[in-house]
Design a protein around this ligand. Structure first.
Ligand SMILES: C[S@@+](CC[C@H](N)C(=O)[O-])C[C@H]1O[C@@H](n2cnc3c(N)ncnc32)[C@H](O)[C@@H]1O
Length: 219
């Protein structure tokens, strides 16, 4: 909360459709165990993009329990998604959910540190989604960019950090604007947002979807 006003947020929540049983279980587990997953609206945005771009190979950094992976995988046509997660318990949970959802054949889960794993991958990736450690985003991008296709799309989650990125460094950020985000994380998000908007290599935008999403395409 609250990048958008409470009223708009409530309206958007009311638009959410009935989810599949597996997706509902994932949402319930994430809520119960406080596992950070994308907002449903971000998941839907990823799915719409996956359908529009029809990628051959998607790279996701940060699987957790596979919630965003499932949104993307369900919308894929010919493509596959490779997703990286360093926490072994999350890898097992994601594997179980993605099998139960019937999309396991479209997904490769790589267990490891993305900072090492991305370099070992050949790609090429025509859709990149970053959603792991916020202060490592820039390094994921540096590693993934050489493996991106000419018209690759890039999505990065949490770039508005509940609105906290809008506060100056020395301000006390209220809890409802994401006071829990650290100063270094907020600085990293601000730097990345500016870099993408000003980039000569990416045509970038910052959108108030979910927790804030950067959306870019190769120039
Ligand atoms: C926000 S969660 C991912 C949520 C997931 N994309 C979703 O919406 O369903 C971030 C995940 O990234 C993982 N992670 C953080 N840093 C990582 C790294 N360097 N390499 C691999 N995984 C990492 C964490 O263990 C955590 O499970």
């Amino acid at each position: 909360m609250p990048i958008l006003s409470d009223e708009v947020q409530r309206y958007l929540h009311g638009l959410r459709p009935q989810r599949s049983e597996v997706m509902r279980e994932m949402e319930a587990l994430a809520e119960r165990d406080r596992i950070p997953i994308v907002h449903w609206e971000t998941g839907r945005f990823l799915a719409v993009l996956a359908r529009a771009v029809d990628p051959v190979m998607v790279l996701e950094v940060g699987t957790a329990i596979g919630y965003s992976t499932l949104h993307i995988a369900e919308a894929l046509g010919r493509g596959r998604i490779v997703t990286i997660e360093r926490d072994p318990e999350r890898v097992e949970q994601a594997r179980g959910f993605l099998e139960a959802a019937g999309v396991a054949d479209k997904v490769e889960i790589v267990h490891g540190n993305a900072l090492e794993a991305i370099g070992d991958m050949s790609g090429p990736f025509d859709f990149i989604f970053l959603d792991a450690s916020k202060d490592e985003y820039r390094r994921y991008l540096e590693l993934a960019e050489p493996k991106a296709t000419e018209r690759a799309v890039l999505v990065i989650d949490n770039v508005l950090m509940s609105g906290s990125v809008a506060f100056p460094d020395d301000a006390e950020v209220p809890d409802e604007f994401g006071g829990w985000w650290g100063l270094e994380q907020r600085r990293a998000a601000r730097a990345l947002n500016s870099e993408l908007i000003d980039s000569e290599r990416w045509l970038g935008s910052v959108l108030p979807i979910g927790d804030g999403v950067a959306f870019a395409v190769k120039r």
